[in-house]
Design a protein around this ligand. Structure first.
Ligand SMILES: Nc1ncnc2c1ncn2[C@@H]1O[C@H](COP(=O)(O)OP(=O)(O)O)[C@@H](O)[C@H]1O
Ligand SMILES: [Mg+2]
Length: 273
């Protein structure tokens, strides 16, 4: 005959069962806690990525509209205001030949002023959109930059290239982006780095275009850049992204700064546009 378990034994079984249930519940709660924490941090990461993407989309949009505006203003200045000023200058030249001595002297003065304004309008429109970029390309434009900076005695700018046919690497919009990047890098070197010597090169290596930029300025802490990045470097990063390229920055305090930008070669159909 089978013996039914003693009440004390029953109690032990109940306690064990309850303990097991409590343990299972605790484990489930801990598991749920970790799963939901992971989900929350994943959601946070996603939200952060979305925010970054939105910010970079906005900057890209700003860069594009800014370039379009610059182009429009440069054209208006050159074609509209420039040509009207030229007409005024022609009229003044005609007036110079007639009229009394006093009138001629006054016309001279106005003519001088008008020619000054014509020069200013021309250089302003060239600053906004350097015509050399469109007419002769990026290499010529950078050589012109090199020439102009070397006119200033205290600065030495050296530009090197090995590219014969830049059409393989750049179309007009790429030229403009790379040109603006170089402008900003030079300005930063002079303004923040107080550099005296800048070396810049644009080299083609198989399927890659490499823009290297080095200065002998005071340098900066690259690790602190995330919080200290201004519009200039952010615009450079976004232009590089628009060109599907990559950028690396190396700098140390008192050791100068160097930047390297690598861009893929243009596809055949991009070149044909
Ligand atoms: N060539 C450089 N030499 C020294 N510091 C630099 C150089 N380039 C960038 N920096 C540092 O990076 C910061 C961000 O530059 P940037 O984004 O162009 O902003 P901004 O020129 O408007 O201050 C600068 O304030 C400066 O501290
Ligand atoms: Mg800057």
């Amino acid at each position: 005959m089978l013996n039914s378990p003693e009440p004390a034994e029953n109690l032990t079984i109940y306690i064990a069962l309850i303990l097991f249930a409590v343990l299972a519940l605790a484990l489930t709660i801990i598991l749920l806690f970790f799963v939901s924490r992971k989900k929350i941090s994943q959601k946070k990461l996603e939200a952060q990525a979305l925010k970054l993407k939105h910010k970079s989309d906005l900057i890209i949009y700003n860069i594009e509209t800014q370039e379009m505006e610059r182009q429009r203003i440069a054209q208006d200045l050159h074609d509209d205001i420039g040509s009207q000023l030229n007409l005024i200058s022609l009229g003044l030249h005609r007036l110079q030949k007639v009229g009394s001595k006093i009138e001629q002297e006054e016309t001279d003065a106005i003519l001088l002023l008008t020619e000054g304004v014509i020069d200013r309008v021309r250089s302003l429109s060239h600053e906004l959109l350097p015509p050399i970029l469109e007419k002769f390309g990026l290499i010529a434009a950078l050589q012109e930059v090199e020439f102009n900076y070397n006119k200033i005695n205290s600065i030495q700018l050296n530009f090197k290239t090995n590219i014969d046919d830049e059409d393989i690497y750049v179309d007009l919009s790429r030229r403009l982006h790379l040109y603006r990047i170089c402008q900003e890098l030079i300005q930063n070197s002079l303004k923040h780095g107080k550099a005296k010597c800048i070396r810049m090169s644009l080299l083609g290596q198989n399927d890659t275009l490499i823009l290297s930029f080095n200065d002998d300025g005071v340098g900066f802490d690259v690790n602190k850049l995330d919080s200290g990045k201004g519009m200039g470097l952010m615009n450079i990063e976004n232009r590089v992204e628009m060109l599907h390229g990559t950028m690396s920055i190396e700098s140390e305090l008192h050791e100068g700064s160097s930047f390297q930008i690598r861009l893929p070669k243009l596809e055949k159909d991009e070149r044909d546009h």
